[in-house]
Design a protein around this ligand. Structure first.
Ligand SMILES: Nc1ncnc2c1ncn2[C@@H]1O[C@H](COP(=O)(O)OP(=O)(O)O)[C@@H](O)[C@H]1O
Ligand SMILES: [Mg+2]
Length: 254
């Protein structure tokens, strides 16, 4: 048993989700069973349309399973909550608020119970940590893509959730900015050790950040592997991902 005695943080129990479409019933997620333990960093990969975002949105509380249960700390997820921070590409930042107001947003919500006297200090801490101090009063439209995602991370971290859901957070960034943010995020993660579920279509990003690689295929969880298992697994589908990744690596092996 690789998960030791760590507490179960989130559980998928026979989770399925389907939609009625003009063409009939569409099964988007099918019978997923998986426990997420404290301290896991699960990188979810799989082709477009395989159900990754739907899985995340059930954990975030934006969608409900058609059958089965999604549990967080042992209780069914009924809606969004401050203990589950969300960083989705499209829900990143509020354009009508300044950088500092964006970070303060969650701190000002009553549900988060942050004393007013501490909010300013917390904002300044995350502005500094994410290299945004000089842009505190700027609006998101004046930031680069990388800075906007730093802001999204700062906003999510400011309310100190133990659990983070990230859906292709670096997907829209150019390769250099992306690599820089991956490195920064990995360092941040090594310090703060949140439990994270991170969707990416980039195998190298999954291997760099994840301590578990969850491979989805057509709504099902094909398997969950450590990075070492993933690169050595004889499974045909896993091999296709690893070979696609390795195809660009030969140039480094002189
Ligand atoms: N509201 C909806 N109605 C019908 N189909 C949907 C809806 N939302 C998502 N889908 C379908 O569910 C499938 C999985 O979507 P999604 O979870 O976004 O996949 P991924 O994030 O892996 O690309 C897709 O085929 C998508 O078209
Ligand atoms: Mg998606």
């Amino acid at each position: 048993m690789t998960n030791g005695i760590r507490a179960k943080r989130a559980q998928f129990e026979h989770v399925s989700l389907s939609f009625d479409t003009p063409k009939g019933r569409l099964n988007v997620v099918e019978d997923v069973n998986y426990d997420i333990n404290d301290g896991d960093f699960i990188a979810v990969i799989g082709p477009s349309g395989c159900g990754k975002t739907t899985m995340m949105s059930m954990l975030a509380g934006f969608q409900k399973p058609t059958t089965g249960n999604v549990l967080f700390d042992g209780a069914p997820v009924k809606g969004p909550g401050p203990e589950r921070g969300v960083i989705f590409q499209e829900y990143g930042v509020f354009p009508w608020l300044t950088v500092k107001q964006n970070i303060a947003f969650g701190l000002n919500l009553k549900a988060n119970h942050v004393p007013a006297s501490e909010r300013d200090e917390i904002c300044d801490h995350y502005l500094e940590l994410m290299g945004l101090a000089d842009f505190a009063n700027s609006y998101p439209k004046h930031l680069s893509g990388g800075m906007r995602q730093r802001l999204a991370i700062a906003r999510a971290y400011a309310v100190k959730p133990q659990f983070l859901l990230m859906d292709e957070p670096f997907g829209a960034l150019d390769p250099l900015t992306r690599a820089e943010l991956q490195k920064e995020f990995k360092q941040l993660q090594q310090r703060l050790r949140k439990t994270v579920v991170f969707v990416t279509h980039d195998v190298s990003e999954a291997l760099l950040l994840g301590n578990r690689i969850a491979l989805m295929e057509s709504g099902s969880l094909h398997g969950v592997y450590t990075p070492q298992e993933f690169v050595t697994k004889p499974d045909a589908l896993v091999r296709r991902y690893v070979e696609a990744f390795q195809a660009t690596q030969h140039i480094f092996q002189t």
